[in-house]
Design a protein around this ligand. Sequence first.
Ligand code: NDP
Ligand code: 2IT
Length: 444
Amino acid sequence: MAVLDYVKEEVRKRNPHDVEFIQATDEVLASLELVAQKHPEYVENGIFERIIEPERQIMFRVPWVDDQGKVQVNRGYRVEFNSAIGPYKGGLRFHPSVNLSIIKFLGFEQCFKNSLTGLPIGGGKGGSDFDPKGKSDGEIMRFCQSFMTELYRHIGADTDVPAGDIGVGGREIGYMFGQYKRIRNEYSGVLTGKGLTFGGSLARTEATGYGLCYFTEAMLQDKGNSFQGKTVVISGSGNVAIYAAQKATQLGSKVIAMSDSNGYVVDPDGIDLALMKDIKEVRRARIKEYAQQKANAVYTEGCKNIWNTACDIALPCATQNELDEAAAKTLVKNGVIAVCEGANMPCTPEAITVFQENNILYAPGKASNAGGVATSALEMSQNSLRLSWTFEEVDQRLKGIMENIYRTCADTAKAYGLGDDFMAGANIAGFEKIAEAMMAQGIV
Ligand code: NDP
Ligand code: 2IT
């Protein structure tokens, strides 16, 4: 029997229906088995039982009035997972699929990710089952104001600092910041991903996608390879996907396919990013339009089949469990060399096994997508200093942080005799810093 089986049982007993949360904790606990054997003091001090239980979970009603004058009610969440190494930090997701299991899995992953950045940030996540699609600006504003009218009492620049995630970008952060400032009468760095005129950081918009490519490039170069001349498939066409496509292109590769939740486009000429940004960022329209405007591009309904597109590098940047075992087998059959996660937990456990069995370079999101939250932490630093750094300065720091995370994952995997298992390397290295801090702070 594995040392940590009792912790897995505990997770199931306390969260019987939370499939995503069970999936995320199972993966991490499997990687930590060797750590538990090496450090019996962690078991004796209940580190594992404590690390899988959020410090605080908040759920609240979010009432708002739509453009027809009808009252709407959504549910809001903030899960403050672990504050051993810094204030809770993590995004807010607005999507109809949001439930407590999804917020808990994201909050759990965030703890390890934030630890890997080397910056002083704990882990948390929040959001709502509100669907921003098709809503007017006025509806978005009223929803964000109502959401913050409850959330404000739980957060603060030194307590808990939310940011964006799916369905939450600069527009939503702006409305929430305005409401927080109004209620608290306080101008602080309580949110990150703010606009550049009110405390935002240059390069935060680009950070997750750029960071993903910096990590991927470091990994490829370590293996004597690079983005240069490769074909790349990127799922999603939101914040992470668009800036991953931009950096992958700058690094000499050709991005040939992108998707949204309805379907995907393949453009053998390489995705035209100006057109993609106009459709997705400016007009908030569907990706289908891309193919209507580009003669050589083909649109296919249904987003899952994007992985049938042959490529050298696959960057899943949409959502959890979007790349399953069958998709992984197809990618391998088509000669993929690297799969790096821009989204959180996009590959199913079975897909990850396929990659590892076939010696595909696989990078877990908690390492490869950490550039967004790392740059959020740089935004917090700038807010505290009441200074703003240049784009180049933030971008250089981001690149250094991502290269460092790659090195940490690779070195940790080696130290534990796990070869190129960057997933285990990320889980173990992320855990070790949190565990040491928890040991030093006593049973809290
Ligand atoms: P956006 O809302 O900007 O974009 C999300 C993209 O994914 C859209 O193209 C969306 O399509 C697609 N998508 C969302 N849900 C689904 C679904 N259920 N099935 C298929 N496609 C879907 O979000 P982000 O780009 O910010 O986030 C993408 C991923 O990256 C998430 O997993 C997020 O947690 C993760 N992430 C984000 C960071 C950030 O800084 N923003 C940092 C680290 C990770 P459609 O438009 O049709 O909904
Ligand atoms: O998943 C993530 O790391 C994010 N959505 C970014 C969180 C943040 O606080 O910038």
